[in-house]
Design a binder for this molecule. Structure first.
Ligand SMILES: Cc1cc2nc3c(=O)[nH]c(=O)nc-3n(C[C@H](O)[C@H](O)[C@H](O)COP(=O)(O)O)c2cc1C
Length: 181
């Protein structure tokens, strides 16, 4: 497995879109649901860092909540990226550099809401800038985000199509993402 997906849905048992994406992704990646991995909130940063470094590519998957990733993901950044980049920069941080980072987002609102002249007034790319800045600081290779819009009450067909698109994106990531030996 060359790709690690960190899924930051706060309630996996209530998810439809993110769980459909994870089902489609299963043959292509190692999947970690942060809410299940850290039910008490305590993140084992050393273990989490080792797991990141055991994979070539990193995918951060989440439902957009208040125009941002769920707090779980911020907690993971604060624990794991701080350890890797600031505390163990020479070993772990340096090893992080050059790996591909794909952000995979589901959003309740339709795509046309995410335009300068749309209902939300900002594009998804603009809203994801803090993540892009984090990737840049870590030396991660930022990929064009994968997005699924309008998934508040998705049909099975919509979920199946999104899953197929995700599987294709993950396959491309793995093919392009091979680190130089
Ligand atoms: C607390 C909360 C905040 C949300 N904020 C947004 C938002 O800012 N923009 C948006 O498009 N959808 C928003 N949504 C809708 C979710 O993004 C949407 O329900 C989710 O992506 C569906 O995925 P799921 O089936 O895996 O839960 C929000 C949902 C919740 C529960």
């Amino acid at each position: 497995m060359t790709t690690l997906i960190l899924s930051a849905h706060p309630h996996p048992d209530q998810s439809r879109a993110n769980e459909a994406l994870l089902t489609a992704a299963a043959p292509h990646a190692t999947i970690v649901r942060l809410a299940l991995e850290y039910p008490a909130g305590a993140i084992d940063a050393a273990r989490a860092a080792a797991r990141v470094l055991a994979h070539e590519n990193l995918v951060l998957q989440f439902p957009l909540q208040w125009y941002a990733p769920p707090a779980l993901l911020k907690d993971w950044f604060d624990a794991v990226l701080t350890r890797m980049v600031y505390i163990h920069g020479e070993t772990e941080g340096r090893a992080l550099a050059g790996r591909k980072l794909l952000v995979a987002v589901t959003a309740g609102a339709p795509e046309d809401a995410y335009r300068a002249d749309g209902r939300n007034g900002f594009t998804l790319a603009q809203l994801l800038r803090p993540l892009e800045a984090t990737a840049r600081r870590c030396g991660l290779d930022w990929q064009p985000p994968f997005a699924v819009y309008d998934v508040r009450e998705p049909t099975q067909e919509v979920l199946a199509a999104a899953g197929a698109r995700y599987a294709t994106a993950l396959t491309a990531l793995a093919e392009e993402g091979a680190l130089a030996a």
